[in-house]
Ligand binder design. Structure first.
Ligand code: ZN
Length: 452
């Protein structure tokens, strides 16, 4: 049993001081507001529940910055994808683990304490399954253990190269499975998870491009109660191709053909019409927004104001990992709405409400739901995952309460992060991961070889 006392903490009902926590087996066993410090280790600063990162492809951290040179014409998501396919062509299992550990370390330093890894890189460079079909899933799980990151592993089902059952391309050969091999992969991923308290496994049909209606139906039955994530409506071309194939827009098609419920997380859902936004909100699924990546890729702007007015749920993800920062994702989401609507404080629901606090609360709830774990709140029974902000940071020292979160999200960003706890253990202190040197050295060696 570990006993802490938090100077200031954001609890489900609001701010509290001198919060006593008893932590057992990585979870909060008991909470006592206005506790005395006797027999407790003091956590100075401002303690927030750690934000879940609901969408990432960790290997893409290694190609961050490699697709920022203008090509011959019309750079887009699709030209970026060509760079990505080339990059992943040479990755070994050791590379995948080294890059994943580096990305997860940056996520912990960036205010995320749990991750949903949308993992689609399964086979060797020739497209052959490794002797253990879940070799690379195991590497992701190993990186999570090395860094202390809470993990929801989402092995991806990818079978087709485009709508209407098109054959996969050369560039996709490391992703491809049929239903049987996918079921074995899922089994292997479940075994790779060391402790069910620190990790979960869900499923992820890659996108409507990559499955047929029949295979989607079949793999959804493998999910059980676990989460189901899918990329959807990220790109205008994807919407047009879906309309040509089915006469329906992607989200409308999914809502009509799958029983979308609270287990589902619809990644991006950038291009929604009014009916789709309402239908998605009513389904209780989570919108998996990745505002920094969506801006980097030129995807478009999510209909945030309409969707939140319809009581839609959302969380945020770092996706391509071009920049890793929990506060910056929330800021980018709000700023996209300000630019779109030429207004300020768009995503706060009512007069007098802090925009930072409102975004943070909703991304905690949506993220925890999407990851399918008991996280996202400082509450008995939840994992003891916290981010502690420096109360003496110049942007935070003279304010209090929700203004702390406004300053964290809009001003100070990750420079305000002091300590990060996962499952009751500190993994970041003074803003730096405890194994930073070793993880960084291994990453640098891998990248030197990959880019040589
Ligand atoms: Zn993605």
């Amino acid at each position: 049993m570990r006993r802490l006392i938090l100077d200031h903490a954001l609890l489900p009902h609001g701010w509290a001081e001198n919060v006593g926590l008893d932590i057992e087996g990585g979870a909060i066993a008991a909470i006592q507001p206005d506790a005395t410090s006797e027999g407790r280790e003091r956590v100075a600063g401002i303690t927030l529940p750690g934000l879940p990162n609901l969408h990432s492809h960790t290997f893409q951290r290694g190609m961050a910055g490699l697709a920022e040179t203008r090509g011959p014409e019309g750079d887009s998501f699709w030209t970026w994808r060509q760079v990505m396919y080339r990059f992943l062509g040479s990755l070994t299992p050791d590379d995948v683990e080294a890059i994943a550990a580096f990305a997860m370390m940056e996520m912990l330093e960036g205010g995320f304490t749990a991750l949903a890894e949308f993992h689609y890189l399964h086979h060797d460079a020739d497209g052959r399954a490794y002797a253990d079909i879940a070799e690379l899933s195991g590497r992701i799980a190993a990186a999570a253990q090395q860094t202390g990151m809470g993990l929801t592993l989402l092995p991806v089902f990818y079978a087709q190269g485009g709508f209407g059952g098109a054959a996969p391309t050369e560039g996709q050969r490391r992703f491809i499975n049929d239903i049987d091999s996918y079921a074995r992969l899922l089994e292997g991923a479940r075994k790779a998870i060391a402790s069910p308290d620190d990790a979960a496994v869900g499923i992820a049909p890659h996108s409507l491009r990559a499955v047929t209606p029949e295979s989607l139906r079949e793999i959804v039955t493998l999910a059980g109660e676990g989460p189901i994530h899918i990329h959807i409506a990220e790109q205008v071309k994807e919407v047009e191709d879906c309309l040509a194939w089915s006469r329906q827009r992607p989200v409308a098609w999914l809502l009509d053909h799958a029983s979308v419920d609270q287990r589902w997380c619809l990644i991006h859902a950038t291009h929604l019409d009014e009916q789709e936004a309402k239908g998605m909100a009513a389904s209780n699924a989570v919108a998996g927004l990745c505002p920094i990546t969506e801006a980097n890729l030129g995807d478009g702007i999510f209909e945030g104001a309409d969707y939140l007015a319809a009581k839609g749920r959302f969380g945020v993800g770092s996706d391509s990992n071009i920049e890793i920062s929990a506060p910056a994702e929330l800021k980018q989401f709000e700023y996209s709405q300000r630019l779109k609507h030429r207004a300020r404080n768009v995503l706060a629901e009512r007069e007098g409400q802090s925009t930072g606090r409102s975004l943070y609360d909703k991304a905690l709830a949506g993220g925890a739901q999407a990851l399918g774990r008991r996280i996202g709140a400082i509450e008995a029974g939840h994992r003891a995952d916290f981010v502690v902000l420096d109360a003496n940071h110049p942007d935070l020292a003279a304010v209090s309460g929700d203004r702390w979160i406004d300053s964290y999200v809009f001003v100070a960003g990750t420079s305000a992060i002091d300590t990060v706890f996962v499952a009751g253990k500190a993994v970041v202190r003074n803003g730096r991961h405890l194994n930073r040197e070793a993880i960084r050295a291994r990453y640098s060696r891998a990248m030197a070889r990959i880019l040589s």
